[in-house]
Design a protein around this ligand. Structure first.
Ligand code: KG4
Ligand code: ZN
Length: 337
């Protein structure tokens, strides 16, 4: 079954063709990050307009790369949320229009669930339940995944998403959006224990995350309390040390909370997903902390936002049923349902 997937939840316009949930024939991604770079983050209105400009050329490129025509498609899918409303509407309406015009079924998928599916696309774990670790610009969650691949959130962020915190720290250090890879590179030459940064702990649920205090701590270290800029500009070494100490605090918090979840339930494997999981540093920390537990990591192309994960998950979802063309965009659906 050939599935055409569309992703437009944030600032990537992406179209992919995937055969039977597994074989990627094409995976075209137009990243708008240059458009948003100067604003230090994604501007929703600009994102919607850019999606509109590029989605048809991206669709054509995906078909050409796969050497297929619209008539070859068996199922049309798009991300239905969570994400930016205006951005979601573009991808969703293109998918619905294609479904109507081609007389082929339509499925709307949960973007966060698709991030976790991305790691299971080439090889699924043999045994469930598994523990999902979702770390991205818009999502942070520990997730129970059962035999039927149903999801239950064990912990999520009470304030900022982890990728958002990386982006903010990068911007404070003078680097453009998206800042995660810059922080990772800076940290390579820094002392991770130079600053005693720590992520927040949430009393009500020890598996929840909180990164806003950590972010503020970095801000005060760079600009002085009350933002008064009383201190001298940072030296290059200080930048490296701040990046390394921040990254150590954020990632050790994720690893520790993962270990806590594993204490309670003996999961069979870890399934990691989302843009932040493209960090080699994080991967190293997880393999050192859990050398014996099978870990499923997404390839670089499938870690950040892409449409192959949407088409792949849609194939499995369609086995249950197709969606109505009245399906609404859901900017705030729970990250996993
Ligand atoms: O999954 P994604 O493309 O978008 C969302 O669905 O949110 O993730 C993008 C996020 C950005 O915040 C980016 O800074 C972060 O992933 N990121 C990283 C790294 N590479 C990307 N964060 C930390 N270290 C990295 N190497
Ligand atoms: Zn995403």
């Amino acid at each position: 079954m050939l599935v055409l997937g569309i992703e437009s939840t944030c600032d990537e316009t992406a179209v992919a063709l995937v055969e039977s949930g597994k074989t990627i024939l094409s995976n075209i991604i137009y990243s708008q990050s240059e458009e948003h770079e100067k604003y230090g983050g994604v501007v929703p209105e600009l994102a919607s307009r850019k999606h509109l400009d590029v989605i048809i050329p991206v669709l054509k490129e995906a078909l050409e790369k796969a050497n297929k025509t619209l008539d070859d498609i068996d199922l049309v899918a798009a991300a239905r949320g969570p994400g930016l409303m205006g951005a979601l509407l573009i991808g969703l309406n293109v998918a619905k229009s294609l479904s109507l015009a081609l007389n082929k079924p339509f499925v709307g998928v949960n973007h966060s669930e698709a991030h976790l599916y991305a790691s299971m696309m080439p090889n699924a774990p043999e045994k469930f339940p598994c523990l999902g670790v979702l770390l991205s610009g818009g999502h942070t969650a520990l997730v129970h995944i059962d035999e039927k691949r149903r999801y239950r959130i064990l912990g999520t962020t009470v304030d900022d998403a982890i990728g958002e915190a990386f982006d903010k720290v990068a911007s404070l250090l003078g680097y453009p959006y998206p800042g995660g890879p810059f922080v990772e590179n800076l940290a390579l030459d820094g002392d991770p224990y130079k600053y005693s940064f720590n992520a927040g702990q949430v009393k009500k649920n020890p598996l929840d995350f909180s990164f806003s205090g950590l972010k503020t701590n970095v801000l005060y270290t760079i600009k002085g309390q009350n933002n008064n800029k009383a201190r001298d500009p940072l030296s290059e070494q200080e930048k490296h040390d701040i990046a390394a100490s921040f990254q150590r605090a954020a990632f050790s918090d994720v690893v520790n909370k993962t270990l806590l979840a594993l204490d309670k339930t003996p999961y069979n494997a870890l399934i990691l997903g989302g843009g932040v999981t493209s960090s080699r540093t994080l991967k190293k920390m997880f393999s050192e902390a859990l050398p014996d537990l099978p870990q499923f990591w997404p390839t670089k192309a499938l870690a950040t936002d892409n449409a192959a994960m949407i088409a792949g998950l849609a194939f499995h979802q369609f086995k249950n049923e197709a969606d109505s063309l009245h399906l609404k965009a859901s900017p705030r659906i729970p990250h996993l349902i």
